[in-house]
Design a protein. Sequence first.
Length: 99
Amino acid sequence: MLDLKMTNHAEIRRQQRGFRKADIDVLVALGEPCGHDGYRIPRRAAQDEIQRLKARIRQIERLSQSIAIVQGESVITLHHGENRKANDRRRKGGKNAGN
């Protein structure tokens, strides 16, 4: 969490209005200044962030169980490790099966 302190008033309103403590960090981090001291996440900015996170999730799912071998500052090799898709190809004797 950011180093913002909650006033008693803000803490009461947060609870009354169903905001979580972590919501404040998101509002300040992604929000654009509004009014004098406020932060607001415009709908377009929210949609852009959601798309960015969805793409990141797809990437993580695709790379699950993959391995990068690194020595110093060099990538030596990459492989799928225990990736189910790669193992299915090996069992079927398909493309890149390693036969």
